[in-house]
Ligand binder design. Structure first.
Ligand SMILES: NC(=O)C1=CN([C@@H]2O[C@H](COP(=O)(O)OP(=O)(O)OC[C@H]3O[C@@H](n4cnc5c(N)ncnc54)[C@H](OP(=O)(O)O)[C@@H]3O)[C@@H](O)[C@H]2O)C=CC1
Ligand SMILES: O=C(O)[C@@H]1CCC=N1
Length: 291
């Protein structure tokens, strides 16, 4: 199939939802939107440079795809889902081209509202930080809107972000930036822990399948316990940790290795890196200088 035939069915009516960038996050969000019946696949138009990605999105999700970002940006609501290093090129392409009533939602780590509004020459911009559990409609999305959005526009954004999972509007975009250090990378942190605990179980002598079951089901059960009892993590931890018992021996290893401090440092590192990405020069970078 050629690029032309992949894109042949781009609709002439205005799409309800457009994406600029059709990578991992766009695909997660598209799945959530369609799964929640917020928009039909045919009402979604994805602007994506990579032909293979366009084919995958079309075949897996039934959405419309195009290599023409301006067509996708003609949607009522447009999600910017390119990497921070790719934002400069997108701003250059879309500047002054959006319709007056278009709502733009950026999920780009570090990209500030002022940068987006000025770069697009457009006042209706929302900054959001979702995460990959959007694939199963369990994201935690923090968001903050520029001053120009009307109440109906804010409601529309809330219903889009609510389709991804839990959403929380914060008054100041600094809150979104802080969530970029915590909620954005949290799935990676959790999967890192899961990998390490499974390896530890295997090192003890459990078959990998059983080490996986012990780790994953215990994590799932612990989260369910936290959710249903509404007790604090600290109280629930103490219920497991018998004085002089076995769990305490393990927690002491964590404390003496400074695991809490290490986790704090990791969250601060993500937060700082996201801010750094937000300060990247917006002119398209030469290949190999992506930072
Ligand atoms: N992954 C995550 O867990 C999260 C990511 N985010 C944010 O979401 C954004 C996207 O991340 P992610 O989905 O992981 O990244 P991906 O690289 O998977 O997706 C970006 C896609 O956009 C394409 N692209 C590049 N330039 C353009 C362009 N000018 N026009 C149209 N498409 C283009 C890329 O193609 P090519 O690969 O060929 O360059 C790629 O397919 C990032 O800004 C990130 O900070 C936010 C929350 C969580
Ligand atoms: O790693 C990243 O840059 C993005 C931002 C939050 C999660 N992933």
């Amino acid at each position: 199939m050629t690029a032309d035939s992949i894109d042949a069915a781009v609709p002439s009516r205005r799409p309800a939802l457009g994406f600029i960038g059709g990578g991992v996050m766009a695909e997660a969000l598209i799945g959530a939107v369609i799964g929640s019946c917020l928009a039909a696949p045919g009402a979604i138009l994805v602007g994506e440079v990579d032909e293979d990605r366009r084919r995958v999105l079309r075949e897996q999700h039934g959405v419309e795809v195009t290599a023409d970002n301006l067509a996708a940006a003609a949607a009522e609501l447009v999600v910017l889902a390119v990497k921070p290093q790719q934002l400069g090129a997108v701003l250059q392409q879309l500047r002054g081209q959006l319709r007056e009533d278009t709502i733009v939602v950026s999920i780009i780590a570090g990209a500030r509202l002022q940068t987006l509004c000025e770069g697009l020459e457009h006042p209706l911009v929302v900054r959001a930080m979702p995460n990959t559990p959007a694939r199963v409609r369990k994201a935690a999305t923090f968001w903050s809107a520029s001053a120009g959005l009307s109440k109906p526009a804010l409601l529309r954004v809330r219903s889009l972000l609510g389709a991804f999972g839990t959403e929380l509007e914060v008054a100041d975009e600094a809150g979104v930036e802080m969530a970029t250090g915590l909620a954005g990378p949290m799935p990676a942190f959790v999967f890192f822990l899961i990998e390490a605990f499974i390896d530890a179980g295997v090192a003890l002598g459990l078959p990998r399948e059983q080490a996986t079951l012990a780790t994953v089901e215990s994590m799932r059960g612990s989260l369910e316990l936290l959710h249903r009892t509404q007790e604090s993590p600290e109280a629930l931890r103490k219920q497991v940790t018998s004085p002089g018992g076995a769990t305490l021996a393990g927690l002491r290893v964590f404390e003496s290795a400074g695991v809490r401090e290490t986790m704090g440092a990791a969250v601060r590192a993500v937060h700082a890196r996201a801010q750094e990405l937000g300060r990247l020069p917006l002119a398209p970078l030469e290949p190999g200088k992506e930072g």
